[in-house]
Structures are given as structure tokens and as C-alpha cells.
Design a protein around this ligand. Structure first.
Ligand SMILES: C[S@@+](CC[C@H](N)C(=O)[O-])C[C@H]1O[C@@H](n2cnc3c(N)ncnc32)[C@H](O)[C@@H]1O
Length: 176
């Protein structure tokens, strides 16, 4: 299927009652953005607050307070996947530990949790480790991968916000 048709179909994604997981919460900024776009959704956001990030937790709790649909889980992302039923989530967004081995294992941990027709996605496609892990996993499993990238002139600019990768879990992207 051509990418343009994929993008078109993505617009049809139902805008209500999605079940969403985000790994890597930090201050909760992305969780809040999702809650604003999908106010009727249930959004789990998971963070173990790894070394150097501990100080963000209190701020995050304050930030998410006005959004009761956001539930925070303090745990390692891979371990937290066990809390969720298989085929239970519409959208799982990975933005936790960015190291190659972790990302590879994290995708495996979360893949079964995504519903058929749902999406497994992640941030920071410009990261070499992430690209390597995601490409290896999609090649190993004959999955069809999509990404939006940018020319990394300034990684702190708004451009970095556009760096996502994603795999639709459907019959087109998953060879049987
Ligand atoms: C890039 S930040 C997340 C930013 C957030 N998604 C946003 O866009 O607003 C990465 C976060 O992942 C967390 N993290 C690192 N390793 C993790 C792990 N193994 N499990 C869960 N969270 C982890 C860090 O503590 C940090 O807060």
C-alpha cells in the first residue's frame, strides 16, 4: 500500500476511547498532548525514572493532575508490559530507554499487547540506536516499517518532534 493511502487511513483512526500506552513519561508533556487530542481515552504512561531523571516525577504528577484519564505507572517499561492483556491497546508509543538492546526487547515486550488494527510506534527516529533496533526487528519479523525523519541540523529544534517510527499491526504490515 502506498504511504499516502496509509496517511489517509490514519485520519480515520477513531477519535474516542482509545487505549493508549506511552513508555517514558518524563514531565508528562506527550501524555497530556494525547489526552487533549483523545479526551475519552485511557492513557497509561510508564516511567521508572532512571538515573538523572528522578527529579521530574513530582513535576509530572502536578502536570497530569487535571487529566484523570492519564494513569502513571512507576516501573521499567519491559516489566510493565506484563500488566497488560494481549491485544488490549490501540496505540503503544515507546519513548523510554533509547539504547539499542533495550529498544529491541521493548518492542518484543509490547508487540503482543497491541490490538489488530492498532499501532506500535516510537519517538526519536533520528537516534542511531533506535534506528538500528527498529530496522533489525522489522527485518527479522518481516514487518513493514514507516517513519518520519528530518535533517538533524538542530536536534533541540521543533524538527525533533517530527521524528517518529511506527508499525501498523494489520495484514498489510505483518506478513503471515
Ligand atoms: C525522552 S524521556 C520521555 C519524554 C516523554 N515521552 C515526552 O515526550 O514528554 C525518556 C524517559 O524514559 C524514562 N526511562 C528510561 N529508561 C526506562 C525504562 N527502562 N523503563 C521506563 N522508563 C524509562 C526516563 O526516566 C525518562 O523520563
Amino acid at each position: 500500500m502506498r504511504v499516502s493511502l496509509f496517511i489517509y487511513l490514519s485520519m480515520m483512526f477513531p477519535k474516542e476511547q482509545l487505549k493508549i500506552v506511552e513508555t517514558g513519561t518524563l514531565e508528562g508533556i506527550n501524555a497530556i498532548e494525547m489526552a487533549k487530542v483523545y479526551p475519552n481515552s485511557k492513557i497509561y504512561t510508564i516511567d521508572c525514572y532512571s538515573e538523572g531523571n528522578e527529579g521530574f516525577m513530582e513535576k509530572m504528577f502536578n502536570n497530569i493532575k487535571p487529566f484523570p484519564q492519564i494513569e502513571f505507572i512507576k516501573e521499567d517499561s519491559i516489566k510493565a508490559a506484563d500488566r497488560f492483556d494481549d491485544l488490549s491497546q490501540d496505540y503503544v508509543y515507546l519513548d523510554a530507554d533509547h539504547s539499542r538492546d533495550f529498544v529491541y526487547k521493548e518492542i518484543i515486550a509490547w508487540w503482543d499487547k497491541v490490538k489488530w488494527g492498532g499501532m506500535l510506534a516510537g519517538h526519536d527516529w533520528w537516534y542511531k540506536d533506535i534506528k538500528e533496533a527498529v530496522i533489525k526487528l522489522t527485518l527479522d519479523n518481516k514487518l513493514r516499517l514507516f517513519y518520519v525523519g528530518h535533517v538533524p541540523t538542530d536536534l533541540l529544534s521543533q524538527e525533533a518532534e517530527l521524528c517518529d517510527w511506527w508499525i501498523w499491526k494489520n495484514e498489510v504490515t505483518v506478513s503471515k
